[in-house]
Design a binder for this molecule. Structure first.
Ligand code: AMP
Ligand code: ZN
Length: 139
């Protein structure tokens, strides 16, 4: 628990939330400013600022709950599909520095677009092999 973290306070119950799921490692609650009805945030109970701070076990439990929530919003007829993602880092739009997965329910005719509508910088595609190599080397 990080004393000055909004989501740590929500997870510990110090700040109220619309909880939808909780287990030993993960806490899921409604986004208070939802992008669509049923927009849910899935967060590890342990404080991690960035996705890359987490280990494989942490990530597995987080994404298993994200999968469960996605299935639940679809089963509850709140969605026909969903966008599932993390804003990782301030540059990527992260406002709350405690890792969380957004599950954003999508419906026919909602006017939204796909994940590439977040950013479109038209990078050079003439040497994708060099880009792939750079990433492979850094793994
Ligand atoms: P991000 O920009 O990925 O860090 O997302 C933070 C999300 O937290 C935003 O979508 C906010 O609407 C949401 N949020 C902020 N305060 C609260 C709160 N008290 N309870 C639930 N969601 C919140
Ligand atoms: Zn926290």
């Amino acid at each position: 628990m990080k004393e000055d973290c909004l989501f740590c306070k929500i997870i510990s119950g110090k700040i109220p939330s619309y909880k939808v799921y909780e287990d030993d490692a993960v806490f899921a609650f409604l986004d208070i400013y939802p992008a669509s009805e049923g927009h849910t945030l899935v967060a590890p109970k342990k404080h991690f600022t960035k996705f890359t701070d987490m280990n494989a076990e942490n990530v597995a439990s987080l994404f298993e709950v994200a999968r469960k929530i996605t299935a639940a919003v679809e089963n509850a007829s709140l969605a026909e599909g969903a966008n599932i993602g993390i804003n990782d880092g301030e540059i990527a739009g992260q406002e709350v520095p405690h890792v969380h997965v957004h599950v954003i329910p999508r419906r026919k005719g909602d006017g939204g677009r796909g994940i590439k509508s977040i950013v479109w910088t038209e990078p050079d595609t003439t040497n994708l092999e060099a880009v792939a190599k750079k990433i492979r080397r850094a793994l």
